[in-house]
Design a protein around this ligand. Structure first.
Ligand code: B12
Ligand SMILES: *[C@@H]1O[C@H](CO)[C@@H](O)[C@H](O)[C@H]1NC(C)=O
Ligand SMILES: *[C@@H]1O[C@H](CO)[C@@H](O)[C@H](O)[C@H]1NC(C)=O
Ligand SMILES: *[C@@H]1O[C@H](CO)[C@@H](O)[C@H](O)[C@H]1NC(C)=O
Ligand SMILES: *[C@@H]1O[C@H](CO)[C@@H](O)[C@H](O)[C@H]1NC(C)=O
Length: 434
């Protein structure tokens, strides 16, 4: 098979790429770890991008780790720009922030788009809209704190305006927006640590006139958030779950002065991630994009609009294997699963689907049976289809309501478009508050 034959070649090139970046630690990357990296790159190269945030995240990660593939980057850039053109003011604050981060990740010809379209000023406005919404809607932003953190990070890195007093006030670790259903959101906390660290560094470097107490409070927020992230370290060395680990690693890489060396072992977490990659956990482009920088020791704070894009030296020829011919799916048997919708009362049904089906297939089957009870709507997002309503009941950020998906009563860590269901499983979609 062509694909397998090319892997050693790619492995060698990646080896140079990695050893040139991490020669100090002189770690020996094993062949299977190189294959994991190449499988992430394969996902990024060969995915069909349906969404501007997906394209922006992929572009940002590729630029951060210094993988220069002209054609791919051009394609992604076009998608990102097209998204801004078509959605314009309808982009959410975090979507705009990531557009800026991706286009301006390093010195390149596309960054003029940021200036020509006044993207940084628009982001300043969108950030203020988030804050206004919190003031009028019981502390709830238009989107969420993950995006507010993306906003602050992009404003900080791209010389936008923000008030350090506002940052110190809103990003206090007790703020409810760091928690979903009482549970600390590691992704959110990690993005906030990156944003606050950027703000802190620019106070120090540029001597922004800031009250000593504001600086101290930002510093203290970082310390507390880092502790919370570390307290979500699992026995398997992941931080939160597998999909928050990439961002948590980035947060811990930039904040090492806030914890002791024995509190976290980077290498052990990397090993745990590699294990999950080989088991296929990062097959969707968002997942691959979010984990890649952490694996290569890079963080979103390495975004630097004024320095040239890092790259492999010109004699290095990074080629990524074409995906092999898609083998036809094996003939599959049928499986039976239980499915219920729970609001105040529970409506249940049993449906039969092909083995290998995802949660969404089950919902569609159930909907065919009875549209009144099992009818639903969804929207396409960077992580795939997101369920927005069931039985006509719509999720709402101002009320912190959403449709939660579960199996056997346990919340799933993948969405309806990715989660593969099993024979006899009890699936549920539940009207919940976060
Ligand atoms: C905020 C958030 C939520 C909020 C979204 C509403 C809100 N007020 O914003 C709430 C708490 C409701 C939520 C729900 C869920 N989430 Co969520 N969420 C996030 C978080 C922290 C930030 C998303 C964001 O704003 N991104 C930035 C913007 C710019 O990108 P965007 O594409 O425009 O963002 C939208 C989508 O991401 C969408 N969204 C949020 N979560 C999910 C999950 C899935 C599967 C999909 C398709 C879309 C989606 O909401 C965002 C705002 O509109 C991410 C963390 C991360 N690492 O990305 C997790 C994350 C995306 N969520 C995740 C999961 C698993 C879920 C749930 C499936 C949990 C469950 N068991 O029910 C549900 C979605 C169920 C459904 N209805 O389809 C996982 C996805 C992993 C994966 N491999 O698919 C992540 C990565 C967290 C994690 N580490 O596990 N989530
Ligand atoms: C890169 O490798 C490909 C295939 O191995 C080869 O055709 C091409 O000429 C190489 N390019 C450079 C710049 O070495
Ligand atoms: C669920 O029941 C409570 C209490 O009876 C009621 O206030 C609420 O409106 C109901 N929720 C829905 C979505 O029907
Ligand atoms: C479904 O497929 C998986 C592998 O794809 C297999 O392990 C499992 O036994 C199958 N289940 C049924 C009920 O056919
Ligand atoms: C769907 O379920 C509702 C409530 O149980 C019932 O009243 C209705 O007749 C059902 N519709 C169909 C088409 O079966």
């Amino acid at each position: 098979m062509r694909r397998v034959q090319q892997l050693p070649h790619l492995g060698l090139l990646l080896f140079f790429l990695i050893s040139s970046q991490r020669c100090k630690t002189s770690e020996v990357y094993e062949q299977n770890q190189l294959q994991d990296l190449s499988s992430l790159l394969n996902t990024l190269v060969h995915s069909h991008y349906t969404n501007g945030v997906q394209a922006a995240s992929a572009l940002l990660s590729l630029r951060l780790v210094g993988i220069q593939r002209q054609q791919l980057q051009q394609k992604l850039t076009q998608e990102v720009i097209e998204d801004v053109r078509s959605k314009g003011p309808d982009l959410s604050s975090g979507q705009l922030a990531w557009t800026i981060m991706a286009l301006g990740a390093c010195r390149n010809p596309d960054e003029s788009f940021i200036r020509d379209f006044h993207l940084v000023q628009h982001l300043e406005e969108k950030f203020q809209e988030e804050i206004r919404n919190m003031e009028t809607h019981n502390g709830n932003p238009l989107t969420n704190y993950y995006q507010l953190s993306q906003d602050v990070l992009a404003l900080c890195l791209f010389s936008g305006n923000y008030l350090t007093t506002e940052i110190a006030h809103f990003f206090t670790p007790e703020n409810k927006n760091y928690y979903f259903g009482g549970q600390f959101s590691v992704d959110t906390g990690a993005m906030a640590v990156l944003a606050l660290t950027c703000v802190k560094r620019s106070i120090i470097n540029q001597q922004i006139k800031t009250d000593q107490s504001v600086t101290q409070s930002i510093d203290s927020h970082i310390g507390i958030l880092v502790k919370k992230i570390l307290s979500e370290k699992k026995n398997n060395d992941l931080l939160g779950n597998i999909y928050s680990t990439g961002e948590a690693v980035q947060a811990l890489l930039v904040s090492s002065s806030y914890y002791k060396e024995n509190e976290w072992n980077y290498q052990r977490t990397l090993d745990a991630v590699h294990k999950e990659i080989s088991q296929g956990a990062f097959k969707i482009p968002m997942a691959a994009a979010q984990i890649l920088p952490a694996l290569m020791g890079k963080t979103y704070l390495d975004v630097n609009k004024d320095s040239p894009c890092p790259g492999t030296s010109s004699n290095l020829n990074v080629s990524i294997p074409e995906s092999g011919p898609v083998s036809p799916p094996p003939p599959s048997s049928l499986i039976t699963v239980h499915y219920s919708v729970k609001v105040n009362k529970t409506d249940s049904t049993t449906v039969t689907v092909r083995n290998g089906s995802v949660f969404l297939d089950v919902m569609e089957k159930a909907q065919e049976h009875n549209k009144t009870i099992f009818g639903f709507t969804m929207k396409e997002t960077s992580w795939g289809p997101y369920i927005t309503s069931v039985q006509g009941l719509k999720a709402n950020s101002n009320e912190r309501t959403y449709w939660e998906i579960l199996s056997g009563g346990i919340p799933l860590s993948q969405g309806v478009g990715s989660y593969v269901v099993h024979d006899g499983e009890y699936l549920e979609i539940r009207w919940s508050k976060y």
